[in-house]
Design a protein around this ligand. Structure first.
Ligand SMILES: C[S@@+](CC[C@H](N)C(=O)[O-])C[C@H]1O[C@@H](n2cnc3c(N)ncnc32)[C@H](O)[C@@H]1O
Length: 226
């Protein structure tokens, strides 16, 4: 999902002056948004440019994120910002996982299969360079970590870990059947692996976390004449 914000210059002094356009493959429309169903990898056809474009959790979505970054660059006003928030894959481990870990087996196969299918999940660490390549300036990367489970010591880490565990379980449930079926697995094998992965994640057998990345950069305020 790509969220795009346009601040009309004549409304800058007014409260609630943002016009928000959300482009996605499905619709859930907050009151202050207009929503457009669009594939962000298709050519962008908006009739105006934007001050700010934001995309979160899109690392699994695109064949080539560079094309989306190029479209965002084109559709920003000079001086406008593009921002990403995403998780780094492969995930990391706070303690070495067991040698026979179903989770490790699962993530290894999934990352190989999505790479083969031309939809790699491993590009978030390159967003900053991709942005610089198309001409963004003042590109900043901010990294944090997010546990997949309530195993961190501190209360905030536990709370975020519970939420992020839900993310992980949804990814496991939603994406495994199709990816592994395409790779020739039968339904029963898939169900068994999914159950083992869920059990490791929810049972605290492994301490998985993601590095999370925030990247933002600016389209140069004045473009050079060619
Ligand atoms: C992991 S969800 C993240 C949702 C939301 N941005 C968030 O952070 O909670 C990925 C979203 O990207 C959308 N998506 C996937 N492929 C897309 C594409 N090619 N163009 C536009 N949106 C896409 C999905 O429909 C889904 O809403």
């Amino acid at each position: 999902m790509v969220q795009i914000y346009r601040q009309f210059s004549q409304q800058r002094k007014q409260k609630c002056s943002k016009k928000i356009v959300r482009a996605d493959l499905v619709t859930r429309v907050p009151l202050n948004c207009s929503f457009e169903i669009d594939d962000a990898e298709d050519p962008w056809l908006f009739s105006h440019k934007f001050d700010y474009i934001h995309a979160r959790g899109v690392v699994t979505c695109f064949k080539d994120i560079r094309q989306v970054i190029g479209s965002a660059f084109e559709f920003l006003v000079p001086g406008g910002y593009l921002e990403f928030k995403d998780g780094i894959f492969p995930p990391s481990y706070a303690e070495p996982p067991p040698a026979d870990s179903a989770f490790v087996k699962w993530i290894t196969i999934i990352l190989e299969e999505v790479e083969k299918a031309g939809r790699p999940w491993t590009k978030a660490k390159h967003y900053a360079n991709y942005m610089r390549d198309v001409g963004f300036v003042d590109v900043i990367e901010h990294k944090t970590t997010l546990a997949a489970g309530p195993w961190p010591e501190d209360e905030k880490g536990k709370k975020l870990g519970r939420w992020h565990l839900t993310n992980w379980l949804q990814v496991v449930d939603a994406l495994t059947p199709k990816i592994l079926a395409n790779a020739g697995w039968d339904e029963e094998e898939i169900k068994v692996l999914v159950a083992l992965v869920r059990s490791e994640l929810t049972g605290g057998k492994i301490k998985v976390y993601n590095e999370m990345i925030g990247v933002w950069g600016r389209k140069p305020p004045i473009m050079e004449d060619k």
